[in-house]
Design a protein around this ligand. Structure first.
Ligand code: FRU
Length: 486
């Protein structure tokens, strides 16, 4: 593609496709999605001059993983997003085959983006450049020539997705990388002035601590600290998206995974000392490459891509768009455990409310809806039970607790979504189950027991599939509140 014409091509594509995209009943109400084309990773998630900024990987020209730009949206409440003009396009020599993922930092009243410029020749030889762009107004970005050219010794050209932070007056970035023996790793760089970067070393990857063989590439690393709300201890977390894990029972059933490790980043030894197992951050079908930021209320908020690389077999492709981001969630550590909690702002979009409570055996319809929040509390159970959502003639999404296996499952067998296998997580012996569920036109996000586990999955029900019911094999006590979204 002629990289000097990307803006023209983008405008043309939007003009041609926007109308057909907008007619699609699978378009989301409160999730960030592309105006046309494909989106993937959240990028540059930040807060600048009082507004939240979200950038995201966007192919404006089609529904495949090409022509990556940084789309840009801003919001005051993380739910109502206004689309801004495209922030970065593949119109420089060092990003001509894609402006790949990266992060943002606000420093000295400027918004800096730190991203990967991707260059690939027709033989597939790759060049990777880590580059900065800077803005005074949060809208127009001045691009600087690459700061980091290709890889340090011992690695391949797969180096990308810098996540930047500042500590004691110095900038740091963790970057995903592949070693020459084709193992996924993460490296640390530092900078005094944000422009010139120094390679510090490898902080995590295969053959570090507990991690042995763990995939051929680690994408989109993120590092941050959270204060344990119970013990007051500061906990370090490292979140990353390894590629190449094999399924193990209920684990790693998506094509690629995302998870976290607790540990301690030692800047002297340049090592993230691992103090936990790898835990998948989301148990659903569609979650990858998340990015977090701390806002001015001191909240650590994370947003993921509600999609998986190499999974483009979605029915929206015929309507010229694919993928969205997840709803923002707040991360908390309580007594050494990571929780993901819906952000408080979700309450502001609650509209008309219905309630249901009582004993259920069999199946009971409690209402209808396609875009809503639902809270359900189940107790006194001794058999399988759950909820059925977006039910129509040929579609249904089932959230079910399997009493004998002690597992919670998300079943999206019925509908037009690909990958109809169940996703499950073991909950153990519980006497109560609390679900907070967010249903948008083509997605469901389920928060279990105050955010101990989360499932994010896209669903593609037929139009008007909106029945909501509760079911149980034998008696269960249930209390439900449901708010239609405003
Ligand atoms: C993750 C990823 C990143 C890359 C970007 C390209 O989904 O592959 O590693 O920067 O997407 O769109």
């Amino acid at each position: 593609m002629d990289f000097t014409k990307v803006k023209e091509n983008e405008e043309k594509s939007i003009l041609e496709k926007k109308e057909i995209v907008e007619k699609d009943f699978w378009r989301q109400k409160y999730h960030i999605q592309g105006i046309v084309g494909l989106i993937n990773d959240p990028n540059g998630f930040s807060q600048f001059k009082g507004k939240y900024h979200m950038f995201y990987q966007w192919n404006p020209l089609g529904t495949n993983h090409k022509n990556k730009t940084w789309a840009h949206s801003v919001s005051s409440d993380l739910l109502h997003w206004e689309r801004m003009k495209t922030a970065l396009r593949p119109d420089t020599w060092y990003s001509k085959d894609g402006v790949y993922s990266g992060s943002a930092i606000v420093d000295d009243e400027k918004l800096y983006l730190f991203y990967t410029g991707n260059v690939k020749d027709p033989e597939g030889n790759r060049e990777s450049y880590q580059c900065l762009a800077v803005s005074n107004d949060g809208e127009n970005f001045e691009r600087w020539e690459p700061s980091i050219v290709n890889q340090p010794d011992g690695y391949t050209r797969h180096i990308r997705d810098p996540k930047i932070w500042k500590k004691d007056g110095k900038f740091y970035a963790v970057i995903g990388i592949q070693s020459e023996n084709l193992e996924g790793k993460a490296v640390l760089y530092s900078s005094e002035n944000i422009k010139d970067w120094k390679f510090e070393g490898e902080i995590a990857g295969a053959n570090h601590g507990k991690i042995k063989d763990f995939g051929f590439m680690w994408e989109c690393p993120d590092y941050f600290q959270l204060k344990d709300e119970k013990t007051g201890e500061i906990r370090d977390l490292f979140v990353f998206s390894p590629q190449g894990l094999e399924p193990e029972g209920d684990l790693y059933n998506n094509k690629y995974q995302t998870g976290y490790l607790f540990g301690k980043l030692d800047y002297e030894k340049t090592e993230f000392e691992i103090l936990s197992d790898f835990v998948e951050i989301d148990r659903g079908h569609d979650f990858y490459a998340p990015q977090s930021m701390e806002d001015d209320k001191g909240r650590r908020i994370i947003v993921g891509w509600m999609g998986i690389p190499e999974e483009e077999d979605f029915p929206t492709v015929k309507n010229e768009w694919i993928h969205c981001l997840t709803l923002p969630r707040e991360l908390k550590v309580i007594d050494g455990k990571l929780y993901q909690v819906p952000i408080k702002e979700m309450e502001s979009i609650r509209g008309e409310k219905i309630e249901f409570s009582g004993k259920v055996a069999g199946e009971v319809k409690i209402g209808t809806g396609a875009t809503y929040e639902l809270k359900a509390k189940f107790s006194d159970f001794n058999s399988d039970f759950g909820l059925k959502l977006r039910t129509g003639k040929n579609s249904e999404t089932v959230l079910k607790f399997d009493y004998n296996d002690k597992k919670f499952a998300l079943d999206r067998t019925k509908g037009e979504q690909p990958d109809k296998r169940l996703r499950k997580v073991y909950l153990g012996n519980i006497s109560e189950l609390e679900l907070t569920v967010f249903v948008d036109n083509s997605s469901v996000e389920v928060f279990i027991n105050s955010g101990q586990e989360v499932f994010s999955s896209r669903i593609f029900p037929e139009k008007d599939a909106d029945r909501i019911s509760v079911f149980a094999d034998k008696d269960v006590n249930v209390k439900i509140e449901k708010w239609e979204w405003k």
